[in-house]
Design a protein around this ligand. Sequence first.
Ligand code: NDP
Length: 293
Amino acid sequence: MSVEQQSKRPVTVIGLGPMGQAMAGAFLDAGHAVTVWNRTAGRAAELVGRGAESAPSAEAAVAANELVVLSLTDYDAVIAVLESAEPALKGKVFANLGSDTPERAREVTRWLAERGAEHLNGGVQVPPSGIGSPESSVFYSGPAELFERYRDTLEVLAGTDYRGDDPGLAQLYYQIQMDLFWTSMVGYLHATAIAEANGISAEEFRPHAVSTAALMPWMIEFYAPRITAGDHRGDVDRLTMGLAGIEHVRHTAEASGVDGELPALLAQVLRRAVEAGHGEDSLSALVGRFRRA
Ligand code: NDP
């Protein structure tokens, strides 16, 4: 072990998909001693070539270091791996940076606590290429003291955004970001399909798509304080107007030979709100309509 490695916290990384590979690589680049384990053993080869230690089992990987970073597909995989490492769990700290639901994050915290281990949950907001950059950001939640203890080491991976004690919060913030991301991206791709069906290439559409997407920050800044205040005045937009607009999109899609299912779904959401008496309210009234409880 080099002198630099001795002064830095050694870390175990379990799960060597593209994300886990990037994380283990970032720790190596920053001079940490890294132990890795992956279900499919061949995936450790490149990291071993860069100086990582490949553990023979998940149990040995957990036993190797106090801090264990998990980068697995979901929390079923987390439990499957940790069950196989059960004798080594006590006293360990798991930074679980894969994605799943807030409730599953809370369950994993309870499961680990029953075995004498601690859990910091993380929601990674960047692709593997963003790991190792302080401009990137990962949501964390779990005990504040635990987060502070490992913060310096975790900041090797990306900037940290601590959300609070409730272990579900990191996944909650991650999933609401993903909700916004997926609905926006699918909307962009649907619009591109209509453009292409009419001979407008994605490249020709690009500057127009960018200028419409650039309205989003302005709209979020405008609506957020109104939504917080429960102010859904239809002074700048109205649901009846939005419904007519979405129906025009649907008709344009269908006339272009493009599936109109997506705008039809949006129209259905708005129509229900209009039928419930919100026709003269702002689009922001949908927030209350989406809530079931
Ligand atoms: P992959 O699905 O490519 O890798 C998942 C890892 O989980 C692999 O090492 C795989 O092992 C392991 N695994 C899955 N199921 C099991 C199991 N039952 N037992 C043991 N090991 C298992 O995912 P990524 O590396 O892309 O992502 C990891 C996590 O990070 C995910 O939760 C993802 O949502 C999240 N994330 C990923 C981003 C990305 O852009 N890639 C961005 C933000 C978050 P094996 O090699 O043997 O299959």
